[in-house]
Design a protein around this ligand. Sequence first.
Ligand SMILES: *[C@@H]1O[C@H](CO)[C@@H](O)[C@H](O)[C@H]1NC(C)=O
Ligand SMILES: *[C@@H]1O[C@H](CO)[C@@H](O)[C@H](O)[C@H]1NC(C)=O
Ligand SMILES: *[C@@H]1O[C@H](CO)[C@@H](O)[C@H](O)[C@H]1NC(C)=O
Ligand SMILES: *[C@@H]1O[C@H](CO)[C@@H](O)[C@H](O)[C@H]1NC(C)=O
Ligand SMILES: *[C@@H]1O[C@H](CO)[C@@H](O)[C@H](O)[C@H]1NC(C)=O
Ligand SMILES: *[C@@H]1O[C@H](CO)[C@@H](O)[C@H](O)[C@H]1NC(C)=O
Ligand SMILES: *[C@@H]1O[C@H](CO)[C@@H](O)[C@H](O)[C@H]1NC(C)=O
Ligand SMILES: *[C@@H]1O[C@H](CO)[C@@H](O)[C@H](O)[C@H]1NC(C)=O
Ligand SMILES: *[C@@H]1O[C@H](CO)[C@@H](O)[C@H](O)[C@H]1NC(C)=O
Ligand SMILES: *[C@@H]1O[C@H](CO)[C@@H](O)[C@H](O)[C@H]1NC(C)=O
Ligand SMILES: *[C@@H]1O[C@H](CO)[C@@H](O)[C@H](O)[C@H]1NC(C)=O
Length: 855
Amino acid sequence: MGFGLFVSMLVLSFFLKPLSFQQQNTDGYFVSEFFKKMGLPPSSQIYNSSVHFCSWRGVFCDASKEQVIELGASGLGLSGTIPDTTIGKLTKLQILDLSNNRITGLPSDLWSLGSLKILNLSLNQISGSLPNNIGNFGLLQSIDLSSNNLSGEIPESITSLVSLQELRLDRNRFEQSIPIGILGCESLVHIDLSSNRLNGSLPDGFFAAFPKLKTLNLAGNEIYGRGSDFLELKSITTLNISGNLFQDSVIEIFKEPLEVIDLSRNQFQGHISQVQLNTSYNWSHLVYLDLSENQLNGELFHNLNQARNLKHLNLAFNRFTRQEFPQIEMLSSLEYLNLSKTSLIGQVPAAVSRLSNLHTLDISDNHLIGQIPLLSVKNLQVLDVSINNMSGDIPVSLLEKLPWMERFNFSYNNLTLCASEITPETLQSSFYGSLNSCPIAANPSLFKRRSTRHNKGLNLALVLTLSMVCLLAALLFLAFGCRRKTSMWAVKQTAWKEEQNISGPFSFQTDSTTWVADVKQATSVQVVIFEKPLLNITFADLLSATSNFDRGTLLAEGKFGPVYRGFLPGGIHVAVKVLVHGSTLTDQEAARELEYLGRIKHPNLVPLTGYCLAGDQRIAIYDYMENGNLQNLLHDLPLGVQTTDDWSTDTWEEDDNNGIQNVGSGGLLTTWRFRHKIALGTARALAFLHHGCSPPIIHIDIKASSVYLDYNLEPRLSDFGLAKIFGNDLDEISHGSPGYVPPEFFKLENESPTPKSDVYCFGIVLFELITGKKPIGDDYPEEKESTLVSWVRELVRKNKGSVAIDPKIRETGPEEQMVEALKIGYLCTADLPSKRPSMQQIVGLLKDMEPSGNQ
Ligand SMILES: *[C@@H]1O[C@H](CO)[C@@H](O)[C@H](O)[C@H]1NC(C)=O
Ligand SMILES: *[C@@H]1O[C@H](CO)[C@@H](O)[C@H](O)[C@H]1NC(C)=O
Ligand SMILES: *[C@@H]1O[C@H](CO)[C@@H](O)[C@H](O)[C@H]1NC(C)=O
Ligand SMILES: *[C@@H]1O[C@H](CO)[C@@H](O)[C@H](O)[C@H]1NC(C)=O
Ligand SMILES: *[C@@H]1O[C@H](CO)[C@@H](O)[C@H](O)[C@H]1NC(C)=O
Ligand SMILES: *[C@@H]1O[C@H](CO)[C@@H](O)[C@H](O)[C@H]1NC(C)=O
Ligand SMILES: *[C@@H]1O[C@H](CO)[C@@H](O)[C@H](O)[C@H]1NC(C)=O
Ligand SMILES: *[C@@H]1O[C@H](CO)[C@@H](O)[C@H](O)[C@H]1NC(C)=O
Ligand SMILES: *[C@@H]1O[C@H](CO)[C@@H](O)[C@H](O)[C@H]1NC(C)=O
Ligand SMILES: *[C@@H]1O[C@H](CO)[C@@H](O)[C@H](O)[C@H]1NC(C)=O
Ligand SMILES: *[C@@H]1O[C@H](CO)[C@@H](O)[C@H](O)[C@H]1NC(C)=O
């Protein structure tokens, strides 16, 4: 029987409850009408006729369970104008939150809700003006109408809102001046009227009227005022009047307990330093200060360092007098520092490195000189040093951070950069107006992306077409009176050879006692080994590693000077290159240059291991390359013949303690696949130097003997960047080695090297790789007394390129590929530098023909 009663009660309650709200003029009815008419279907989870309305989501009722006191319907997609006789009839309503919907209008009976304490209609599309009967909300504590489309004046009747603590009308289209009536709302704690169209000045006594006011935001209006308006500022901690028409001095504003001060984008004037002289403001309370875009002048704050808690400082775009960078090293909380266009001169003090929380640093548009200081990069996300006069290298720590930063800008300075992990687009846009042409990053993975984007054949075809056009022009040119030049070239080539043999700059006194003696105390001269700074190697160690630079350890007498082989303490196998000619660089400059070269890393470059400045000599120390250089391998030179800059021939026989047994040059280089690998690796190295460095590094001395094979038989280019340390005084140095001299250097006496001269030399190396012949003095069938370049170019022109292919590799791969590679060499060796492709294009072309696996 008990069970039966229970069941009937359940059934009863099921039928009774729906009835209780379907009745008109109950709160349940008003709320369900509201949802229905605002576009919510009855089937939605929000209001369910099977459930008592007081249990609906967001609905809270009084104890009687008949009247709604709170309705929260934020973000439900409610749309349209709220009709009368819905929520306007919830007479006990205290809290109404309809924020973040698509409401466009309010019901006229809304204003009768005299119990309302909290009203949030923000983030809707309500338009029209506020009626005067807003004054009915005598109990209102918080009103948020922000982010709507409300217009007209703010009604004077808000003066009745005596309990109002929070007034948010920001991001609307309210206009005219702030009503005097607002002075009646004396409980206000937060006022936000920002981003409207308010104008006029603040009502008299504005700051005296609100004894409890903590935050005031009037930003983004057209409010007019003076510093003296703020004399009665009392309790405010956060003041934002950014983007208005305030003028005069800012001195009156700096008062306790202000922590956040945003006066940016106004017309404040006066000497900013007086703020610290004439106020008793305790700067250690300051957290945020933005004075940017005013007309402040004079010198900056004398002791910013007092502001220990400052996180955000923006003084940008003012009219300060020329001055040194301010002292800010004690501002350890600083996260944002913007001193853009503040007339700064001199260097950025090293002490900025102590700002370890720095997220944003903008020092653009000043007159700063010197190097970019070391920065604490841990939190750094935005860096702008553009439009200054800074020079030198970008510090390594920063360089490594760049790819992970949101934004950086080094434009319009005189900085150098070599980075492989930044996209070309970024690099370009961040290096506008740098002294050299646009740098483009060149790491191998970038090329991968590049080459897949382009159509293989099209690329080559296009370049070929272009070059055929110029070829025609060139042929015409040749036909008419250009015969003289060819002979001139030949003469020059021989003159060169003779020079080299007789005396000239290239012979070095290998009896090195002359300069070794310059070094008084060998143990006091440091040898810098970049990766092992703790090893403490000195010149004395270099002496013992090379038996006092004895002939026995001499690997080669290269163009830049003699090269010795040795083992440094710690088992470091090195090639020691003594740069004989010296240059106009001071020791300090040379060291900086060598440090810079030491940081340039690429899988296809012979790494600079370290250096030493001993007396007048600059000594470059390289990783030792176990597998010799291309010239030896390719031309199968008899052992014992020391070619220019070759520091490996002697290892060829003796060295048996490395993994690769000396296969003999024949063995190594007899496949197309391997020769292609060498060509591609060398091209990548050059592309990196040309396009991944700013300013670009021009190698100047590309030749077969500059390409080495490391322990893993990876090709590596050596001697990059040496020309600069070597000095500019020697024209010959900067004009390549015999057989590798680009034609422009014969035509014009003072032609300086460009990346395109490197491209020419690379073309010759490419020809060597495919034909197996030397650039000059070899046997070129069908055309005696010629050079490799003229021979191959003639064959390519006649479409008989395959004749030139080295018989040793002919059978080891597709002949079309080798012929195509000859065409690339043909493009590289174009007479006119401007017709030669860039190294980046060459990498793309070579990559597109990568021989497949099994060759
Ligand atoms: C309404 O509530 C009842 C009882 O809790 C439930 O069975 C039904 O599925 C609900 N309807 C909707 C549309 O959520
Ligand atoms: C009003 O609602 C919005 C969105 O839900 C919210 O961000 C805001 O803080 C609310 N306003 C007040 C004064 O609580
Ligand atoms: C805002 O209101 C004005 C009229 O005051 C109207 O012309 C405009 O279309 C409205 N904008 C939006 C986005 O509702
Ligand atoms: C304020 O702006 C209105 C137009 O929105 C204009 O009529 C009025 O003259 C302005 N008042 C002042 C003091 O600039
Ligand atoms: C001041 O208001 C403007 C506009 O709303 C805003 O961009 C700025 O961040 C505000 N300043 C502070 C300190 O919040
Ligand atoms: C601030 O002090 C300087 C001298 O220290 C004085 O010349 C100037 O008039 C003062 N300014 C104000 C606004 O008190
Ligand atoms: C400034 O305030 C800090 C912390 O509130 C206090 O330690 C310091 O003594 C004050 N300095 C002055 C000059 O009043
Ligand atoms: C620095 O301030 C200026 C002026 O307000 C502004 O244009 C620039 O974007 C700011 N820089 C950064 C990095 O925020
Ligand atoms: C840049 O600095 C150099 C000295 O480092 C100076 O000679 C040159 O005039 C400066 N250029 C500008 C535009 O300030
Ligand atoms: C740029 O910097 C280099 C040194 O890094 C210096 O030799 C050169 O004169 C500078 N150029 C200008 C215009 O300041
Ligand atoms: C860097 O600054 C220059 C000069 O102000 C500007 O032209 C360029 O757009 C800026 N680049 C980036 C990436 O912000």
